[in-house]
Design a protein around this ligand. Sequence first.
Ligand code: AMP
Ligand code: TRP
Length: 335
Amino acid sequence: MQRVFSGIQPSGIPTLGNYLGAIRNWVTLQDNHECLWCVVDLHAITAWQDPAALRRQSLEMAATLLACGVDPVNHILFLQSGVRAHAQLAWIFNCVARLGWLNRMTQFKDKAGKDRENASAGLYVYPNLMAADIHAYHATRVPVGDDQRQHLELANDIAQKFNHDYGVDFFPNIEPVILGPAARVMSLRDGTKKMSKSDPSDQSRINLNDDADTIALKIRRAKTDPLPLPSEVDGLADRPEARNLVGIYAALTDTDHASVLRAHGGQGFGPFKNALADLLVQKLAPISAETNRLLGDENALIAILQSGAERAAAIADPIVSEAERLVGFVGLRRG
Ligand code: AMP
Ligand code: TRP
């Protein structure tokens, strides 16, 4: 069975974009893969995180994943900081990856923005840590949103250079798994920008813990254009906001843009937005109720993550020790 790894940052409340672009696909992959699901708190601190908020959001993210159907018994759910192998392998990868490769990463450019001099060094080597996350388990399939494709290419470049430099065939090639009509859910305020949990405007996104009224209000206020919905997919060209809402509807009903337009084409946005809000409430209310139930017993939640970290370490530690041996480290026993 192929091994799957994916990660999600606890840098805010998970959004509809995380759900449709990532989490929902994770649950499907559990049927026929061995899966590791990781809340990547080491990645989160590449940008400033208030410590109390980081702790809370890490637990909230874990609870949300469980509420969405992540299975912590037949698969593994854990926090990245709970398994030391990630940081150990990332250091080796910092010495394998080339500056030229990192300089091409568009996410660094986006996140560092104009004030590049003031970005953390961690943000710059973020893709190396991500490569370590995956390669520490010899995982070969990685479900991500479209925006992470470039990072996975870098992870493959790192594996190839490691294998080449040390004359081994140790790290396997990894394959991105990018699924579904909503692989990229866009902001409700700007159809050309990704919906993000770190966007300063809460109106730009649906949070998985928004209540019914908030969801309805955000959808009603979502940016659109004055034309009615087209009846053909071609009619969505140059209408990013319309395309986004139709894509969300399609993803939530497991269809595609064309069949949503067959049912709703010709309608104004008013009725379509009402239908979309109802659908969102129907899909998200059970998730937020279950998340709150899980957060009500913090000790039980931490016990799930503790067990996950121990099982993850049992896979990663021997792989990373072997990588260290290949590099030439003597390999002292660790206390
Ligand atoms: P992040 O929120 O950046 O930690 O991303 C966690 C996962 O959710 C990654 O696989 C992302 O590609 C995915 N993701 C985040 N935002 C979106 C979005 N707006 N649309 C689709 N996928 C997303
Ligand atoms: N960088 C990913 C994101 O922001 C999160 C992530 C960290 C990840 N490590 C990973 C995703 C390993 C897949 C595999 O979305």
